[in-house]
Design a protein around this ligand. Structure first.
Ligand SMILES: NC(=O)c1ccc[n+]([C@@H]2O[C@H](COP(=O)([O-])OP(=O)(O)OC[C@H]3O[C@@H](n4cnc5c(N)ncnc54)[C@H](OP(=O)(O)O)[C@@H]3O)[C@@H](O)[C@H]2O)c1
Length: 261
């Protein structure tokens, strides 16, 4: 059966990589697209609309969203209310937003897969980090991105930190509340108390998107790092895998790792 895709953000950096891949996949069809600057045109034969509400007049099965942090939540809610499942690539939403979307998805009997990073190798970084956190207590995250990235931390770092905070061992480092000087230099915290995970976001020219988990133990250190290059190719296969699988459950799942096995 062909899965009909509604792609929000079709003219963007990721969207432009996804449209030919959807068109080339025998089991997928680009039914409609959203991009304000291309409204009224066609992409890979599909009509492009300025708003999600207009695009939802075209029958579709799955919303794929790669737009902006300020637009994505309303897009997903509109899609769920219209009976679609949703794949969320856009960054910016946190645990509280996903709790709300989870309630809506369950009410509507639809699935959502949100991943801070749809790259398979970045997903392996998350898996290896969670594995190492079972054995090494102290871990912090560095989030590398370009100078103009509008949100911090990145969706990749945020998802990693929120998941890690749920499973990590208590830190042995001095609590930030007891640090003198400028405590903000210890980064942003996700989670509670000694299980909080600190994230340090760098925004500099020459970086595209990278994340590093640094584990420290007495007299030794482990770094696990992923760096994406300048094309959006790493995100295509994982996004399409999610679009194919997302009708298989109800509610929100976070992370491509939940699909890999
Ligand atoms: N999860 C992952 O693996 C992953 C990977 C890469 C990027 N991302 C995230 O995905 C998002 C998109 O990244 P990108 O680099 O592709 O961005 P981009 O190049 O700026 O593209 C954004 C797209 O969304 C559309 N758009 C923007 N605001 C909109 C609105 N209010 N309503 C409807 N359409 C809107 C834009 O078209 P118009 O301006 O013409 O409307 C454009 O097509 C970002 O949040 C980024 O951090 C996630």
């Amino acid at each position: 059966m062909t899965i009909r895709i509604l792609l929000a953000g079709a003219t963007g950096w990721v969207g432009r990589a996804l449209t030919p891949a959807i068109a080339a996949a025998p089991d997928l069809e680009l039914a409609a697209a959203v991009a304000r600057s291309a409204a009224g045109t066609r992409i890979e034969g599909a009509p492009v609309f300025a708003t999600i509400e207009e695009a939802l007049t075209v029958p579709a099965d799955v919303l794929i969203d790669y737009t902006k942090p300020g637009a994505v939540k309303a897009h997903v809610a509109a899609a769920l209310n219209a009976g679609l499942h949703a794949v969320v690539g856009t960054s910016g939403l946190g645990a509280a937003d996903y709790a709300e979307l989870d309630a809506l998805a369950r009410e509507r009997g639809r699935g959502v897969l949100a991943a801070g990073n749809f790259s398979i190798t970045a997903t392996l970084l998350k898996r290896f980090t969670l594995e190492a956190a079972k054995y090494v207590a102290d871990v912090e995250i560095i989030d590398y991105a370009s100078a103009g990235k509008p949100d911090a931390p990145s969706g990749t770092a945020r998802e990693l930190a929120e998941t890690l905070a749920g499973v990590r061992l208590p830190a042995t480092s001095r609590p930030v509340s007891e640090v003198s000087g400028v405590p903000a230099t210890r980064g942003g915290g996700f989670g509670e108390g000694a299980r909080e995970v600190r994230v340090h976001a760098l925004r500099l020219p020459s970086f595209v998107l990278g994340v590093e988990s640094i584990f420290g133990a007495p007299d030794e250190r482990l770094s696990i790092r992923h760096d994406a290059g300048s094309s959006a190719a790493p995100y295509v296969a994982g996004t399409l895998l999610a679009a194919r699988k997302v009708s298989g459950w109800t509610g929100v799942r976070r992370g491509l790792d939940t699909l890999l096995d």
